[in-house]
Design a protein around this ligand. Sequence first.
Ligand SMILES: [Zn+2]
Length: 149
Amino acid sequence: MFSTNVPATEVNNRLHRLVEELRKRGYRVTAQRLTIARIVLENVKKHPSFMQLLGEIRKQVPSISPSTVYNNLQLLEQLGFIKSFDVAGETHYDEADPHVNIVCIDTGEIIDLEPSDTLTRFINDLQKEKEELSVYEIIIHAFCRRGSS
Ligand SMILES: [Zn+2]
């Protein structure tokens, strides 16, 4: 029902755009930076927390420091490739496209509403109507009544 993986071709397209953006703005394009970006872009639909991303990245770059990962995440966010938001005091990362997130209060799980959902279509219509408006993030906190019985 909810897709949680970004297809490899889409990840590669985004990495290409990232390399262009980095060069345009005078940032160094290093193998490590691209490895971090790839892992982030592959997992971003799962709304990973910082610690989850750090864990994934350390599987490939064991010696990497949290601050290096954090700085790279900030850069990706600045360049518009991802966005971040806080849930229960923890930073989670997400796709930059405007969409509605549902946070399950019971499990802490974060899921996306489908683009066909009424609320998502409402956001798109709203942005078309008010050109100066750019919706950043909508989070619905809900009891999802799963796994408790
Ligand atoms: Zn989301």
